[in-house]
Design a protein around this ligand. Structure first.
Ligand SMILES: *[C@@H]1O[C@H](CO)[C@@H](O)[C@H](O)[C@H]1NC(C)=O
Ligand SMILES: *[C@@H]1O[C@H](CO)[C@@H](O)[C@H](O)[C@H]1NC(C)=O
Length: 187
């Protein structure tokens, strides 16, 4: 390549990087998977700004936090974090931090927070009325996160088979007894 072309390429690279006007993210938030109710903490550090004016953004919306703490890592070098003490499903999403400097906005890398909770049923076995000795099916589904969800069946107080991936169908052979209860638990 000719020297002029190189100059153009280097200029474009410096525009697209996180460094501009001497502003550099030295720490980016990282992807995290946490259980519901646990604490989540995301960190960000910026070098090259005199004012520690770092904002946290979630799914494009600015997060207003009254207790945002800034740590000095050095001259013009600030670290801050965003934490949620007891994480809930609505805290799941994409987070990043932004800093404004001389009329320009600089963004860190984006990180996903995934919240794992208790699986919940999307389909539960229905009461069925059948003639004696007539086979029938019961079905059950549950979803996470976390996935996969396994379903374990109990029939008349007895465990039926091994845990199976949701959606699960239990094939019940003909029953001679009256009234059998099927229970299901998710693992
Ligand atoms: C974070 O998660 C997203 C979505 O799952 C993925 O595309 C990205 O590569 C992950 N980043 C890192 C640094 O692992
Ligand atoms: C139960 O489900 C199986 C397939 O999973 C199907 O072949 C069978 O016909 C069903 N039985 C009844 C009674 O619906």
């Amino acid at each position: 390549m000719k020297p002029l072309l190189w100059t153009v390429v280097v200029f474009l690279l410096s525009l697209s990087g996180t460094r501009g006007n001497g502003v550099l993210f030295t720490k980016h938030p990282s992807n995290q998977t946490v259980s519901q109710g646990k604490e989540v903490r995301l960190g960000c550090a910026v070098e090259g700004v005199t004012e520690p004016d770092i904002m946290w953004i979630k799914d494009g919306e600015k997060l207003y936090s009254t207790d945002q703490v800034f740590l000095t890592l050095g001259e013009q070098h600030w670290e801050t974090s965003h934490s949620v003490k007891s994480v809930q499903q609505q805290d799941a999403g994409q987070y990043w931090c932004e800093v404004e400097h001389q009329g320009q906005t600089f963004s860190s890398d984006r990180a996903w927070v995934t919240v794992e909770g208790v699986p919940h049923f999307t389909e539960e076995p229905q009461d069925v009325a059948v003639f004696p000795n007539t086979p029938f099916n019961l079905s059950c589904s549950a979803v996470g996160p976390p996935e996969p969800v396994e379903v374990l069946w109990w029939l008349g107080g007895v465990q039926k088979g091994d845990p199976k991936l949701s959606h699960s169908v239990l094939r019940v052979p003909g029953q001679s007894r009256r009234g059998v209860s099927a229970e299901h638990v998710v693992l």
